[in-house]
Ligand binder design. Structure first.
Ligand code: IFM
Length: 486
Protein backbone atom coordinates (compact mmCIF):
# COMPACT_ATOMS: atom_id res chain seq x y z
CA UNK A 1 0.00 0.00 0.00
CA UNK A 2 1.32 3.37 -0.89
CA UNK A 3 1.73 5.97 1.83
CA UNK A 4 2.70 9.36 0.50
CA UNK A 5 3.47 10.72 3.93
CA UNK A 6 6.31 8.22 4.28
CA UNK A 7 7.83 9.32 1.00
CA UNK A 8 7.91 12.82 2.32
CA UNK A 9 9.76 11.79 5.43
CA UNK A 10 6.97 12.09 7.95
CA UNK A 11 6.67 9.93 11.02
CA UNK A 12 4.37 6.97 11.29
CA UNK A 13 1.22 8.50 12.58
CA UNK A 14 -1.71 6.11 12.35
CA UNK A 15 -4.18 8.97 12.08
CA UNK A 16 -1.86 10.85 9.81
CA UNK A 17 -2.84 14.23 11.24
CA UNK A 18 -0.09 16.37 12.73
CA UNK A 19 -1.02 18.77 15.46
CA UNK A 20 -4.60 19.85 16.00
CA UNK A 21 -7.10 22.06 14.19
CA UNK A 22 -7.37 21.33 10.52
CA UNK A 23 -3.77 20.51 9.67
CA UNK A 24 -3.47 17.65 7.18
CA UNK A 25 -0.93 14.83 7.26
CA UNK A 26 2.58 15.77 6.24
CA UNK A 27 3.12 15.01 2.56
CA UNK A 28 -0.59 15.35 1.76
CA UNK A 29 -0.93 15.84 -1.98
CA UNK A 30 -2.70 19.12 -2.60
CA UNK A 31 -3.67 19.16 -6.23
CA UNK A 32 -6.05 20.18 -8.95
CA UNK A 33 -7.14 18.41 -12.10
CA UNK A 34 -8.19 18.65 -15.72
CA UNK A 35 -8.68 16.38 -18.71
CA UNK A 36 -7.32 16.45 -22.24
CA UNK A 37 -10.43 17.17 -24.31
CA UNK A 38 -11.68 19.72 -21.81
CA UNK A 39 -8.61 21.98 -22.01
CA UNK A 40 -6.13 21.11 -24.77
CA UNK A 41 -7.78 22.30 -27.99
CA UNK A 42 -5.41 21.81 -30.98
CA UNK A 43 -7.54 18.92 -32.16
CA UNK A 44 -5.95 18.78 -35.60
CA UNK A 45 -2.39 19.49 -34.57
CA UNK A 46 0.67 17.21 -34.67
CA UNK A 47 -1.14 14.19 -36.01
CA UNK A 48 -3.92 13.89 -33.42
CA UNK A 49 -6.79 11.78 -34.74
CA UNK A 50 -10.47 12.45 -34.07
CA UNK A 51 -12.06 11.21 -30.86
CA UNK A 52 -15.65 10.33 -30.08
CA UNK A 53 -16.00 13.78 -28.51
CA UNK A 54 -14.94 15.55 -31.71
CA UNK A 55 -17.65 13.58 -33.45
CA UNK A 56 -20.36 14.25 -30.87
CA UNK A 57 -19.62 17.97 -31.00
CA UNK A 58 -20.60 18.02 -34.68
CA UNK A 59 -24.06 16.60 -33.85
CA UNK A 60 -26.65 19.33 -33.96
CA UNK A 61 -28.08 20.12 -30.53
CA UNK A 62 -25.71 17.82 -28.65
CA UNK A 63 -23.74 20.55 -26.87
CA UNK A 64 -25.07 23.75 -25.33
CA UNK A 65 -24.40 26.65 -27.72
CA UNK A 66 -22.94 24.29 -30.32
CA UNK A 67 -19.63 24.58 -28.48
CA UNK A 68 -16.73 22.23 -29.21
CA UNK A 69 -13.35 21.38 -27.72
CA UNK A 70 -11.56 22.52 -30.89
CA UNK A 71 -9.80 25.33 -29.04
CA UNK A 72 -10.97 24.92 -25.43
CA UNK A 73 -8.29 26.56 -23.23
CA UNK A 74 -5.65 26.16 -25.95
CA UNK A 75 -3.61 24.47 -23.26
CA UNK A 76 -1.71 22.53 -25.93
CA UNK A 77 0.02 25.79 -26.87
CA UNK A 78 -0.16 27.56 -23.52
CA UNK A 79 0.80 24.79 -21.11
CA UNK A 80 3.94 26.61 -19.92
CA UNK A 81 1.90 29.62 -18.82
CA UNK A 82 -0.63 27.31 -17.18
CA UNK A 83 2.05 25.44 -15.27
CA UNK A 84 3.49 28.79 -14.14
CA UNK A 85 0.06 29.65 -12.71
CA UNK A 86 -0.12 26.28 -10.97
CA UNK A 87 3.31 26.94 -9.49
CA UNK A 88 2.18 30.34 -8.28
CA UNK A 89 -0.67 28.58 -6.46
CA UNK A 90 1.80 26.25 -4.77
CA UNK A 91 0.17 23.09 -6.17
CA UNK A 92 1.96 19.92 -5.09
CA UNK A 93 0.42 17.81 -7.82
CA UNK A 94 -1.49 18.22 -11.07
CA UNK A 95 -3.83 15.58 -12.43
CA UNK A 96 -4.29 15.60 -16.21
CA UNK A 97 -5.24 13.05 -18.82
CA UNK A 98 -3.56 11.84 -21.97
CA UNK A 99 -5.53 12.11 -25.20
CA UNK A 100 -5.50 8.60 -26.63
CA UNK A 101 -5.93 9.94 -30.22
CA UNK A 102 -2.77 12.02 -29.84
CA UNK A 103 -0.81 8.88 -29.01
CA UNK A 104 -2.54 6.60 -31.51
CA UNK A 105 -4.52 8.66 -34.02
CA UNK A 106 -6.33 5.52 -35.24
CA UNK A 107 -6.38 3.89 -31.81
CA UNK A 108 -3.96 1.10 -32.71
CA UNK A 109 -0.42 0.79 -34.00
CA UNK A 110 2.75 2.67 -33.22
CA UNK A 111 2.90 5.76 -31.04
CA UNK A 112 2.72 9.16 -32.71
CA UNK A 113 6.00 10.78 -31.68
CA UNK A 114 4.67 14.31 -31.80
CA UNK A 115 1.78 13.42 -29.51
CA UNK A 116 4.07 11.68 -27.06
CA UNK A 117 6.47 14.63 -27.13
CA UNK A 118 3.74 17.00 -26.01
CA UNK A 119 3.24 15.02 -22.81
CA UNK A 120 7.00 14.76 -22.31
CA UNK A 121 7.26 18.55 -22.50
CA UNK A 122 4.31 18.97 -20.16
CA UNK A 123 5.62 16.54 -17.53
CA UNK A 124 9.12 18.03 -17.72
CA UNK A 125 7.66 21.47 -17.21
CA UNK A 126 5.67 20.25 -14.20
CA UNK A 127 8.67 18.55 -12.64
CA UNK A 128 10.80 21.66 -13.13
CA UNK A 129 8.07 23.59 -11.30
CA UNK A 130 8.15 21.07 -8.46
CA UNK A 131 4.67 19.75 -9.32
CA UNK A 132 4.07 16.02 -9.32
CA UNK A 133 2.30 14.78 -12.48
CA UNK A 134 -0.68 12.51 -11.82
CA UNK A 135 -1.61 10.93 -15.13
CA UNK A 136 -5.04 9.65 -16.13
CA UNK A 137 -4.95 7.35 -19.12
CA UNK A 138 -8.60 7.54 -20.11
CA UNK A 139 -10.85 10.52 -19.55
CA UNK A 140 -13.42 9.70 -22.23
CA UNK A 141 -11.70 10.58 -25.53
CA UNK A 142 -11.70 7.25 -27.31
CA UNK A 143 -10.30 7.42 -30.85
CA UNK A 144 -13.21 7.56 -33.30
CA UNK A 145 -11.55 4.83 -35.39
CA UNK A 146 -12.01 2.44 -32.47
CA UNK A 147 -15.60 3.54 -31.92
CA UNK A 148 -16.19 2.65 -35.55
CA UNK A 149 -15.17 -0.88 -34.57
CA UNK A 150 -17.60 -0.97 -31.65
CA UNK A 151 -15.64 0.92 -28.99
CA UNK A 152 -16.11 -0.55 -25.51
CA UNK A 153 -18.66 -3.00 -26.95
CA UNK A 154 -15.83 -4.79 -28.71
CA UNK A 155 -13.92 -7.25 -26.53
CA UNK A 156 -10.82 -6.18 -28.44
CA UNK A 157 -11.03 -2.87 -26.53
CA UNK A 158 -9.22 -4.59 -23.67
CA UNK A 159 -6.28 -5.24 -25.94
CA UNK A 160 -6.44 -1.76 -27.52
CA UNK A 161 -6.34 -0.07 -24.14
CA UNK A 162 -3.50 -2.25 -22.98
CA UNK A 163 -1.43 -1.42 -26.06
CA UNK A 164 -2.14 2.29 -25.63
CA UNK A 165 -1.12 2.07 -21.97
CA UNK A 166 2.13 0.40 -22.96
CA UNK A 167 2.96 3.28 -25.33
CA UNK A 168 2.30 5.87 -22.65
CA UNK A 169 4.15 4.07 -19.89
CA UNK A 170 7.13 3.41 -22.13
CA UNK A 171 7.30 7.10 -22.99
CA UNK A 172 6.58 8.71 -19.64
CA UNK A 173 7.38 6.38 -16.76
CA UNK A 174 10.89 7.75 -16.41
CA UNK A 175 9.20 10.90 -15.10
CA UNK A 176 5.66 9.90 -14.08
CA UNK A 177 5.11 7.67 -11.04
CA UNK A 178 1.36 8.18 -10.39
CA UNK A 179 -1.19 6.58 -12.67
CA UNK A 180 -4.96 6.50 -12.92
CA UNK A 181 -6.32 4.05 -15.47
CA UNK A 182 -9.89 5.19 -16.13
CA UNK A 183 -12.00 8.15 -15.07
CA UNK A 184 -15.66 7.81 -14.08
CA UNK A 185 -16.74 4.75 -16.06
CA UNK A 186 -20.22 5.18 -14.54
CA UNK A 187 -20.63 8.42 -16.46
CA UNK A 188 -19.55 7.37 -19.92
CA UNK A 189 -21.55 4.17 -19.65
CA UNK A 190 -24.71 5.96 -18.53
CA UNK A 191 -24.50 9.28 -20.37
CA UNK A 192 -22.61 7.90 -23.37
CA UNK A 193 -24.17 4.45 -23.91
CA UNK A 194 -27.57 4.82 -22.25
CA UNK A 195 -28.79 8.42 -22.33
CA UNK A 196 -26.91 9.53 -25.48
CA UNK A 197 -25.93 12.85 -23.88
CA UNK A 198 -22.18 12.24 -23.89
CA UNK A 199 -19.93 10.61 -26.48
CA UNK A 200 -20.30 8.26 -28.19
CA UNK A 201 -23.92 9.45 -28.04
CA UNK A 202 -25.62 6.06 -27.92
CA UNK A 203 -28.82 4.75 -26.34
CA UNK A 204 -28.18 1.04 -26.08
CA UNK A 205 -29.85 -1.87 -24.38
CA UNK A 206 -28.99 -2.62 -20.77
CA UNK A 207 -27.25 -5.76 -21.94
CA UNK A 208 -24.97 -3.71 -24.19
CA UNK A 209 -24.31 -1.14 -21.47
CA UNK A 210 -23.21 -3.91 -19.13
CA UNK A 211 -21.05 -5.45 -21.83
CA UNK A 212 -19.29 -2.10 -22.37
CA UNK A 213 -18.83 -1.95 -18.59
CA UNK A 214 -17.43 -5.48 -18.49
CA UNK A 215 -14.82 -4.64 -21.13
CA UNK A 216 -14.01 -1.35 -19.38
CA UNK A 217 -13.27 -3.21 -16.16
CA UNK A 218 -11.13 -5.75 -17.97
CA UNK A 219 -9.31 -2.93 -19.77
CA UNK A 220 -8.62 -1.33 -16.40
CA UNK A 221 -7.03 -4.60 -15.19
CA UNK A 222 -4.98 -5.02 -18.37
CA UNK A 223 -3.79 -1.44 -18.03
CA UNK A 224 -2.69 -1.95 -14.43
CA UNK A 225 -0.74 -5.01 -15.53
CA UNK A 226 0.91 -3.03 -18.32
CA UNK A 227 1.93 -0.26 -15.93
CA UNK A 228 3.32 -2.73 -13.40
CA UNK A 229 5.19 -4.58 -16.11
CA UNK A 230 6.77 -1.61 -17.85
CA UNK A 231 7.14 1.28 -15.42
CA UNK A 232 10.73 2.42 -15.12
CA UNK A 233 10.22 3.67 -11.56
CA UNK A 234 8.21 2.39 -8.59
CA UNK A 235 4.67 3.49 -9.39
CA UNK A 236 1.40 4.14 -7.62
CA UNK A 237 -1.60 2.91 -9.54
CA UNK A 238 -5.28 3.55 -8.96
CA UNK A 239 -8.42 4.51 -10.78
CA UNK A 240 -11.04 7.26 -10.51
CA UNK A 241 -14.63 6.07 -10.44
CA UNK A 242 -17.30 8.49 -9.33
CA UNK A 243 -18.70 7.91 -5.87
CA UNK A 244 -22.35 7.71 -4.97
CA UNK A 245 -22.54 8.70 -1.31
CA UNK A 246 -25.67 8.36 0.82
CA UNK A 247 -25.01 9.83 4.25
CA UNK A 248 -26.91 9.49 7.54
CA UNK A 249 -28.87 12.46 8.79
CA UNK A 250 -28.61 10.88 12.25
CA UNK A 251 -24.92 9.99 12.53
CA UNK A 252 -25.38 9.13 16.22
CA UNK A 253 -27.60 6.19 15.29
CA UNK A 254 -25.62 3.08 14.26
CA UNK A 255 -28.73 1.81 12.46
CA UNK A 256 -28.99 4.99 10.40
CA UNK A 257 -25.28 4.81 9.57
CA UNK A 258 -25.66 1.16 8.54
CA UNK A 259 -28.63 2.03 6.33
CA UNK A 260 -26.68 4.85 4.66
CA UNK A 261 -23.74 2.52 4.10
CA UNK A 262 -26.00 -0.13 2.59
CA UNK A 263 -27.46 2.41 0.17
CA UNK A 264 -24.03 3.72 -0.78
CA UNK A 265 -23.09 0.19 -1.82
CA UNK A 266 -26.39 -0.82 -3.41
CA UNK A 267 -26.99 -1.53 -7.08
CA UNK A 268 -30.55 -0.31 -7.41
CA UNK A 269 -30.96 1.95 -10.45
CA UNK A 270 -30.57 1.79 -14.20
CA UNK A 271 -28.37 4.87 -14.42
CA UNK A 272 -25.23 3.01 -13.24
CA UNK A 273 -25.15 5.35 -10.25
CA UNK A 274 -23.46 2.90 -7.93
CA UNK A 275 -20.06 2.08 -6.50
CA UNK A 276 -20.02 -1.68 -6.31
CA UNK A 277 -20.81 -2.91 -9.83
CA UNK A 278 -17.58 -1.14 -10.75
CA UNK A 279 -15.55 -1.32 -7.52
CA UNK A 280 -16.22 -4.89 -6.38
CA UNK A 281 -14.84 -6.58 -9.52
CA UNK A 282 -11.77 -4.35 -9.45
CA UNK A 283 -11.05 -4.98 -5.76
CA UNK A 284 -12.71 -8.34 -4.99
CA UNK A 285 -12.80 -9.97 -8.42
CA UNK A 286 -16.56 -10.50 -8.54
CA UNK A 287 -19.74 -8.58 -9.26
CA UNK A 288 -21.94 -7.79 -6.23
CA UNK A 289 -24.79 -10.24 -5.54
CA UNK A 290 -27.52 -7.59 -5.46
CA UNK A 291 -26.39 -6.29 -8.87
CA UNK A 292 -26.43 -9.78 -10.39
CA UNK A 293 -30.05 -10.12 -9.22
CA UNK A 294 -31.04 -6.61 -10.22
CA UNK A 295 -29.64 -6.84 -13.76
CA UNK A 296 -30.61 -10.51 -14.19
CA UNK A 297 -30.44 -11.74 -17.75
CA UNK A 298 -28.73 -8.54 -18.93
CA UNK A 299 -25.49 -9.51 -17.16
CA UNK A 300 -22.86 -10.35 -19.81
CA UNK A 301 -21.41 -13.80 -20.21
CA UNK A 302 -18.29 -13.99 -18.09
CA UNK A 303 -15.43 -15.85 -19.78
CA UNK A 304 -12.83 -17.71 -17.72
CA UNK A 305 -10.16 -15.28 -16.56
CA UNK A 306 -12.26 -12.12 -16.98
CA UNK A 307 -12.77 -11.44 -13.29
CA UNK A 308 -9.17 -12.32 -12.44
CA UNK A 309 -8.01 -9.77 -15.00
CA UNK A 310 -10.17 -7.03 -13.46
CA UNK A 311 -8.81 -7.67 -9.99
CA UNK A 312 -5.30 -6.24 -9.99
CA UNK A 313 -3.61 -4.91 -6.86
CA UNK A 314 -4.03 -1.15 -6.55
CA UNK A 315 -2.10 1.33 -4.43
CA UNK A 316 -4.96 3.70 -3.81
CA UNK A 317 -8.67 4.02 -4.41
CA UNK A 318 -9.24 7.27 -6.28
CA UNK A 319 -12.74 8.64 -6.19
CA UNK A 320 -14.56 11.68 -7.57
CA UNK A 321 -17.11 13.04 -5.09
CA UNK A 322 -19.14 16.20 -5.60
CA UNK A 323 -22.37 15.69 -3.70
CA UNK A 324 -24.24 13.16 -1.59
CA UNK A 325 -27.78 12.23 -0.64
CA UNK A 326 -29.09 12.47 2.94
CA UNK A 327 -30.96 9.41 4.23
CA UNK A 328 -32.73 8.48 7.46
CA UNK A 329 -33.73 5.13 8.87
CA UNK A 330 -37.09 4.13 7.43
CA UNK A 331 -39.76 2.14 9.25
CA UNK A 332 -38.65 -1.00 7.37
CA UNK A 333 -35.13 -0.63 8.76
CA UNK A 334 -33.78 0.55 5.40
CA UNK A 335 -32.54 3.93 4.26
CA UNK A 336 -35.14 6.44 3.22
CA UNK A 337 -34.30 9.55 1.18
CA UNK A 338 -34.62 12.87 2.99
CA UNK A 339 -35.55 15.93 0.97
CA UNK A 340 -33.33 18.98 1.22
CA UNK A 341 -34.86 21.98 2.94
CA UNK A 342 -36.35 24.57 0.58
CA UNK A 343 -33.60 26.85 -0.64
CA UNK A 344 -30.82 24.38 0.16
CA UNK A 345 -27.46 25.50 -1.29
CA UNK A 346 -26.77 24.30 -4.85
CA UNK A 347 -24.11 24.82 -7.49
CA UNK A 348 -24.80 26.34 -10.90
CA UNK A 349 -25.75 22.92 -12.29
CA UNK A 350 -28.19 22.61 -9.38
CA UNK A 351 -26.24 19.84 -7.66
CA UNK A 352 -27.01 20.05 -3.90
CA UNK A 353 -24.09 21.13 -1.76
CA UNK A 354 -23.52 18.50 0.92
CA UNK A 355 -20.07 18.62 2.56
CA UNK A 356 -20.98 15.47 4.52
CA UNK A 357 -20.15 13.51 1.36
CA UNK A 358 -16.45 14.12 1.86
CA UNK A 359 -16.60 12.60 5.32
CA UNK A 360 -18.83 9.60 4.69
CA UNK A 361 -17.68 8.79 1.16
CA UNK A 362 -14.00 8.19 1.98
CA UNK A 363 -14.99 6.50 5.24
CA UNK A 364 -17.39 4.00 3.67
CA UNK A 365 -15.06 3.30 0.74
CA UNK A 366 -12.09 2.71 2.99
CA UNK A 367 -14.11 0.37 5.22
CA UNK A 368 -15.14 -1.68 2.20
CA UNK A 369 -12.03 -1.68 0.03
CA UNK A 370 -9.27 -1.14 2.58
CA UNK A 371 -7.15 1.01 0.30
CA UNK A 372 -5.83 4.52 0.95
CA UNK A 373 -8.16 7.04 -0.63
CA UNK A 374 -7.29 9.83 -3.05
CA UNK A 375 -10.00 12.37 -3.78
CA UNK A 376 -9.40 12.62 -7.51
CA UNK A 377 -12.14 15.25 -8.07
CA UNK A 378 -14.25 17.58 -5.96
CA UNK A 379 -15.35 21.11 -6.77
CA UNK A 380 -18.21 23.27 -7.93
CA UNK A 381 -19.45 25.16 -10.94
CA UNK A 382 -20.31 28.74 -10.20
CA UNK A 383 -21.47 31.78 -12.17
CA UNK A 384 -18.06 33.46 -12.20
CA UNK A 385 -17.09 36.56 -14.13
CA UNK A 386 -14.65 39.40 -13.49
CA UNK A 387 -16.00 42.26 -11.41
CA UNK A 388 -15.67 45.83 -12.70
CA UNK A 389 -12.21 46.01 -11.12
CA UNK A 390 -11.15 42.87 -12.96
CA UNK A 391 -11.10 40.63 -9.88
CA UNK A 392 -12.94 37.30 -10.13
CA UNK A 393 -14.63 36.85 -6.76
CA UNK A 394 -15.97 33.35 -6.12
CA UNK A 395 -16.79 33.17 -2.42
CA UNK A 396 -19.18 30.27 -3.00
CA UNK A 397 -16.34 28.14 -4.33
CA UNK A 398 -14.15 29.05 -1.38
CA UNK A 399 -16.93 28.15 1.03
CA UNK A 400 -17.71 24.90 -0.81
CA UNK A 401 -14.09 23.83 -0.79
CA UNK A 402 -13.51 24.86 2.81
CA UNK A 403 -16.49 22.87 4.04
CA UNK A 404 -15.57 19.81 2.01
CA UNK A 405 -11.93 19.88 3.08
CA UNK A 406 -12.95 20.21 6.72
CA UNK A 407 -15.20 17.18 6.31
CA UNK A 408 -12.33 15.30 4.67
CA UNK A 409 -10.08 16.29 7.53
CA UNK A 410 -12.54 14.78 9.99
CA UNK A 411 -12.46 11.53 8.05
CA UNK A 412 -8.67 11.51 8.28
CA UNK A 413 -8.80 12.30 11.99
CA UNK A 414 -11.16 9.34 12.38
CA UNK A 415 -8.56 7.02 10.88
CA UNK A 416 -9.27 7.04 7.14
CA UNK A 417 -5.99 7.20 5.20
CA UNK A 418 -6.44 9.90 2.58
CA UNK A 419 -3.35 10.64 0.51
CA UNK A 420 -4.46 13.58 -1.58
CA UNK A 421 -7.13 15.96 -2.81
CA UNK A 422 -7.45 17.17 -6.42
CA UNK A 423 -9.73 20.13 -6.83
CA UNK A 424 -11.82 20.06 -9.98
CA UNK A 425 -10.80 21.98 -11.85
CA UNK A 426 -7.56 23.86 -12.20
CA UNK A 427 -9.16 26.13 -14.83
CA UNK A 428 -12.52 26.81 -16.46
CA UNK A 429 -12.95 24.45 -19.38
CA UNK A 430 -15.23 22.61 -21.77
CA UNK A 431 -17.85 21.07 -19.51
CA UNK A 432 -18.95 18.34 -21.94
CA UNK A 433 -22.61 18.66 -23.00
CA UNK A 434 -22.82 21.95 -21.08
CA UNK A 435 -20.15 23.51 -23.30
CA UNK A 436 -18.47 26.57 -21.79
CA UNK A 437 -21.56 27.57 -19.84
CA UNK A 438 -20.28 26.00 -16.62
CA UNK A 439 -17.15 27.20 -14.89
CA UNK A 440 -15.50 24.77 -12.51
CA UNK A 441 -12.04 26.37 -12.42
CA UNK A 442 -9.97 28.11 -9.81
CA UNK A 443 -8.39 29.91 -12.75
CA UNK A 444 -10.75 32.03 -14.81
CA UNK A 445 -10.40 31.62 -18.57
CA UNK A 446 -11.71 34.20 -21.03
CA UNK A 447 -12.61 31.90 -23.92
CA UNK A 448 -12.44 34.76 -26.43
CA UNK A 449 -9.01 36.15 -25.58
CA UNK A 450 -7.62 33.09 -23.74
CA UNK A 451 -6.58 35.39 -20.93
CA UNK A 452 -6.21 33.61 -17.58
CA UNK A 453 -6.79 35.09 -14.18
CA UNK A 454 -6.48 33.51 -10.75
CA UNK A 455 -9.87 33.65 -9.06
CA UNK A 456 -10.02 34.53 -5.39
CA UNK A 457 -10.41 30.80 -4.68
CA UNK A 458 -6.98 30.16 -6.24
CA UNK A 459 -5.38 32.70 -3.88
CA UNK A 460 -7.28 31.16 -0.98
CA UNK A 461 -6.21 27.62 -1.99
CA UNK A 462 -2.60 28.79 -2.12
CA UNK A 463 -2.83 29.67 1.58
CA UNK A 464 -4.51 26.37 2.41
CA UNK A 465 -1.71 24.50 0.66
CA UNK A 466 1.05 26.62 2.18
CA UNK A 467 -0.30 25.99 5.69
CA UNK A 468 -1.16 22.34 4.99
CA UNK A 469 -4.77 23.07 5.82
CA UNK A 470 -4.24 25.11 8.98
CA UNK A 471 -6.06 28.13 7.54
CA UNK A 472 -9.19 26.11 6.78
CA UNK A 473 -10.72 26.43 10.22
CA UNK A 474 -10.28 29.83 11.76
CA UNK A 475 -10.85 29.80 15.50
CA UNK A 476 -14.54 30.10 16.32
CA UNK A 477 -15.70 29.07 12.84
CA UNK A 478 -19.02 27.31 12.64
CA UNK A 479 -19.00 23.52 12.30
CA UNK A 480 -18.66 22.69 8.61
CA UNK A 481 -21.44 20.13 8.38
CA UNK A 482 -24.38 18.84 10.29
CA UNK A 483 -22.74 15.44 10.59
CA UNK A 484 -20.98 14.38 13.76
CA UNK A 485 -18.42 11.68 14.28
CA UNK A 486 -19.66 8.12 14.58
O1 IFM B 1 -15.92 18.07 -15.81
C1 IFM B 1 -16.26 16.85 -15.25
C2 IFM B 1 -15.10 15.87 -15.34
O2 IFM B 1 -14.67 15.70 -16.64
C3 IFM B 1 -15.52 14.53 -14.80
N1 IFM B 1 -16.09 14.65 -13.48
C4 IFM B 1 -17.09 15.65 -13.26
C5 IFM B 1 -16.63 17.00 -13.79
C6 IFM B 1 -17.72 18.05 -13.57
O3 IFM B 1 -18.90 17.68 -14.21
Amino acid sequence: MNDYSKQNGSTNNPRGVQGGGSVFPRGFLWGAGSSSYQIEGAVNVDGRGPSVWDTLCTRSGAIVGGHTGDVACDHYHRFRDDVALMKSMGLKSYRFSIAWPRIQPDGVGPANTKGVDFYRRLTDCLLEAGIRPFVTLYHWDMPQALQNRGGWLNRESVHWFSEYTRHVVTALSDRVTDWITINEPQIYINLGHNQAKHAPGLAMSLREQLLATHHTLMAHGASVMAIRGLAKKPSHVGWAPVGRVDFPVDPGSPECVAAARANTFAVDNLGHWNNTWFGDPVIFGHYPEDGLKYYGAAVPKIEPGDMELMKQPLDFYGVNIYSGAPVRLGANGKAEAVAHAPGHARNALSWPITPECLYWGPKFLYERYQLPIVITENGMTNLDSPDVDGVVRDPQRIDYTRRHLLALHRAIADGVPVNGYFHWSIMDNFEWAEGYKDRFGMIYVDFVTQERKLKESAHWYREVIATNGATLAPAGAAAPTSAAKV
